[in-house]
Each structure stands twice: as C-alpha cells, then as structure tokens.
Ligand binder design. Structure first.
Ligand code: SF4
Length: 315
C-alpha cells in the first residue's frame, strides 16, 4: 500500500500519506531514524512505482473518505525513505492536485542542489527541509550522509530554493542529546535560517524508537536554549514539538491490519493508541498479536512505552 491514512499530523491536520519510496531507501542514515538503519543508500533519482499506481490508490482513498464523510487537509509525501529520490515526484504532485487537496513534501533536503529536485518541490504547497546541523562534522555524525554528498552544496541549494519558492517553507531540526544540541551548533543553524527565512523552524526531539539505541532526546533546557538562540539570532518563528502524537483522528478502514501496517511503516505507533483505535473499530487485539507472530509488526520499547513498527524486512 503506497497511499495510507489519513493520520493526524501536528503540522498538517488530517494528512493522507504517500509512501513513494521503498523501505529505507535514502541518501542519509540518520542516527535518530525511526525506520532503523538505511538499507539502500543512494543519491541517484529513479522510478520506484508507476505514478498511475499512486494516483489510483489516492483516488480509491478519496472515495473511501467520501463514503465515510471524512476529509483530508493534505497529501503528504512522507515515505519510508527520501521522497525526492523519486524521479516522478513532480509529475505525481501534478496528478494529485486534481483532487483539490494541498500537497506537502517532507524532505531531508540532501538533493536540493539538483535543479530537477528544486523544480519538483516548487510544485508543492508546503515543503519541510531538514537542517540538523550546518557544520560538516556534526552533519556527518547525525545524518551519516551518502559519501558523494557535499554539505555546502546542500546548504546553498536550500538557500536558492527558498528564494524561488512561493509556497510555505518550513525547516525541521532534530535535537539529539550530546550531538547537535550545543550552543555553537545551534548558532550555526541560526545563521543558515536567517538566510532561508522559513515560515517556521520546528525543533523536534526523537519521540519514537531511533535507529541507534544510544540516541537520546535533547534535554528540555537544551531545547529551550536552542529555541531562544534561533529566535534571537535569526528572527525566525520557532516551534518545539516534543510530545507524542494525538490519538484522535486516526482513520482506519475495515482492513485494520493493512492500515496499521501502513501507518506503522512510517510512524511507529504507541501501544495505547493502537488499543484505542482497535476499540473504536470494534476490532480485537488478536489482529495485532497475529501480525507480531507473523513477524510483520515489531514491538519496541522506548522511554518506558511500548511501540509497534512495521517490520520492513518482512513485507
Ligand atoms: S530520518 Fe529520514 S532522512 Fe534520515 S535516514 Fe530516516 S528516512 Fe532518511
């Protein structure tokens, strides 16, 4: 399933996810990635799925929503890897626009030095670019980029894109304890933000099980300090996202198992949210237990809470 949800998004309301990249195909292997380590590291753009297949799934999803009197605010490209690796991204955005819903893309920005990527993203209504660090050492430590990528080219690509782009551009910075939460690193990021002038800079912390066990969220005082430094130095509107997702608004079709696997592939889901959703759909926990037994769903503990994540090695 490429099209899933809608899921409640903290920034985009009810968001229909478009998973246009196969599991863990990415140009980065971020230490905090909630999908685990990157299996297929690449920077070459290619076709992964036929755009028509994505369009047809989106059409079906829209029909389901209509029948259930539900609505969606966005189609969001937020896949199991880096969405701009999809060479058809621009064409897919054009096709999805027919449904009259805004389009969002959440990208790590690593390919924004390519003209074709800039042109594709120009078509979206809302674009989020990651800026976890601007100095070379920290960038390597936290994002573990593909060897052919150049940090300066990426940072310049983001600046160029920001000058051309007419939609809503936001940035996101994942703050990891002891890696990119020190004052110097945040000041470098602030300088870059003052050149980009985003609508908003989001500061996040890992709230779901990360790729590396020793990765911890930045402490509250560090997040607060980063908030102040960025606001003061760059004049950017800053928002911190440090809580867990809201459970209201998740949308499950009758195929509870399929929907859960689809959502859990991109967002590990907390146990109590799964329980609540099953209750709403009059479904039994046996569905989940069976998926775990079959190895399709993995159980994880993070910060004392149980999570479920799709086993991308068993699909
Ligand atoms: S967090 Fe995003 S950019 Fe980083 S490895 Fe995971 S999918 Fe790639």
């Amino acid at each position: 399933m490429i099209v899933y949800g809608p899921v409640p998004s903290r920034r985009l309301g009810q968001s229909i996810g478009i998973n246009n990249i196969p599991p863990k195909t990415c140009s980065y292997s971020c230490i905090y990635c909630q999908l685990g380590k990157t299996d297929k590291m690449q920077i070459k753009r290619q076709e992964f799925y036929k755009p028509e297949v994505i369009f047809n799934e989106a059409k079906l999803k829209m029909e389901q929503l209509k029948n259930q009197n539900k609505h969606a605010d966005y189609f969001s490209f937020v896949p199991d890897g880096e969405p701009t690796l999809d060479i058809n991204l621009g064409y897919e955005i054009d096709m999805l626009k027919q449904f009259g819903i805004k389009i969002a893309v959440i990208t790590n920005a690593s390919l924004l030095w390519m003209e074709s990527v800039k042109n594709d993203l120009m078509k979206a209504d809302w674009v989020s670019v990651s800026i976890d660090a601007t100095d070379n050492d920290t960038w390597h430590k936290i994002d573990r980029p593909h060897g052919a990528l150049n940090n300066k080219d990426i940072l310049n690509g983001i600046i160029e894109f920001s000058k051309m782009y007419k939609g809503t551009l936001v940035t996101e910075t994942m703050l990891v304890d002891g890696i990119n939460d020190d004052e110097d690193c945040i000041k470098y990021i602030s300088k870059q933000l003052s050149l980009i002038n985003p609508s908003k800079a989001y500061l996040l912390v890992p709230t779901r099980p990360p790729a590396e066990n020793n990765v911890q969220r930045a402490a509250k005082d560090r997040v607060l300090s980063a908030y102040k430094i960025i606001k003061d130095m760059s004049g950017t509107d800053v928002e911190c996202i440090t809580g867990d997702e809201k459970e209201e608004g998740f949308f499950f079709t009758e195929a509870v198992a399929d929907d859960l696997l689809s959502i859990a592939s991109v967002h590990p889901v907390r146990e109590e949210i799964v329980d609540e959703l099953l209750k709403k759909r009059n479904a039994d926990k046996a569905v989940i237990n069976q998926l775990v037994k079959e190895g399709k769903l993995l159980e994880f503990s993070y910060e004392g809470k149980k999570f479920y994540r799709k086993n991308i090695k068993n699909i």
